[in-house]
Write a protein that binds this ligand. Structure first.
Ligand code: FAD
Length: 317
């Protein structure tokens, strides 16, 4: 059962989720006695993948594949799967991967499980553990098709170095105009230096911050921590922050190591999207704010007093 991973990239670099996916794939491959192949899209230097146990890299070079295109990418992954006789295709859980994975599964007539956490529970029958109901529960899903497609939840396995000597091979399968029939432009990014998808830490602001003019301290805190900035839905609806920063059930999912919520009440729809984060810190002036019920650490107080003090303390390190 050889394994193929979709090595997701942006602006010529692999995303961190790709290294987690490669680490995970290596572990599964080792237990199955097989190898890991990565499919990359127009990345010149793929050597980083060797650090995480990838054995072979298929490199596409068609200029039309430079920007993410779900339909064309799905066709390329399908052809790579068939060429390498792959039985397990792995993607991560970014917005792009969650768009792509079902298309890959349909193209391969494969069973698909999203939101996978942890190593397969069993390989015969093939069973995986997945989160359900916005991370409130787990279920065990069995896939019985010959080829299987999984998307791995971010931060559910971790990045583990495992040096290998990956071979590289050009891979330019035939594509038709129909493959490029749908094109999604990347219109929004996190306004900070770190994207929400790549961040280990996210600093998020809510309506308690009163207005866009007060976001300076959120950005400063994020900069000190090397974090991405995010916000609650009303904040982006009000136009205080770009929609790309909206997290929650109807926004981006966040599963970081540390999520800091400032002036956010903790409505169920917000929590649903950030629940998978490992450590949740809440700063809120209302001790009854529902967010405190799910927080690991909480500070009851005025964000306008606490956040500047926190920045000062953190700057010392
Ligand atoms: P508020 O609820 O207004 O809370 C502001 C908080 O700031 C309060 O707890 C207050 O005590 C605190 N505060 C005020 N002043 C200060 C201060 N000086 N210092 C510290 N704290 C202070 N919301 C999302 O975020 N993401 C989603 O994906 C999402 N999807 C939704 C989908 C549906 C179908 C629906 C109906 C709603 C959805 N919502 C979503 C909206 C959600 O229900 C809440 O309305 C929203 O999360 C509240 O945002 P908030 O916490 O920023 O604002």
């Amino acid at each position: 059962m050889s394994i193929l991973i979709y090595a997701e990239s942006a602006e010529g670099k692999f995303k961190k989720v790709t290294y987690e996916l490669a680490s995970y794939a290596k572990k599964v491959a080792t237990s199955l006695g097989t190898t890991v192949t990565a499919i990359t899209f127009n990345i010149a230097d793929v050597s980083e993948l060797s650090k995480y146990g990838v054995d072979k890299v298929l490199k596409t070079g068609d200029p039309k594949l430079t920007g993410f295109n779900a339909k064309a990418y799905a066709n390329v992954i399908k052809q790579a799967t068939q060429k390498e006789n792959v039985k397990l295709v792995l993607l991560s859980s970014t917005t792009d991967s969650l768009y792509l994975a079902p298309l890959v599964a349909v193209a391969l007539e494969a069973g698909f499980a999203s939101n996978v956490v942890g190593l397969p529970v069993s390989t015969s029958p093939f069973q995986v553990k997945r989160t359900a109901f916005s991370n409130k529960a787990f279920n065990i899903t069995e896939i019985s098709t010959e080829v299987k497609v999984l998307s791995l939840s971010k931060n559910s396995y971790g990045i583990i170095e495992n040096e290998s000597a990956a071979t590289e091979e050009a891979f330019n399968p035939a594509l038709s105009d129909a493959d490029f029939g749908i094109k999604v432009e990347t219109v929004e990014k996190s306004s900070g230096k770190v994207t929400i998808a790549d961040a280990d830490i996210v600093v998020s602001g809510g309506r308690g911050l009163k207005g866009p003019e007060n976001w300076g301290m959120i950005e400063e805190l994020a900069a000190v921590l090397g974090a991405a900035t995010a916000c609650s839905k009303p904040v982006s609806d009000l136009g205080w922050r770009p929609h790309g920063e909206h997290v929650g059930q109807t926004g981006k999912p966040v599963s970081t190591n540390l999520y800091i919520a400032i002036g956010i009440s903790g409505a169920i729809q917000h929590i649903a999207g950030i629940n998978a984060s490992k450590v949740k810190v809440v700063i809120n002036s209302d001790p009854e704010a529902p967010f405190f019920k799910v927080a690991d650490y909480g500070v009851v107080g005025d964000a306008f007093e606490i956040v500047p003090k926190l920045i000062e303390k953190l700057k010392v390190f």
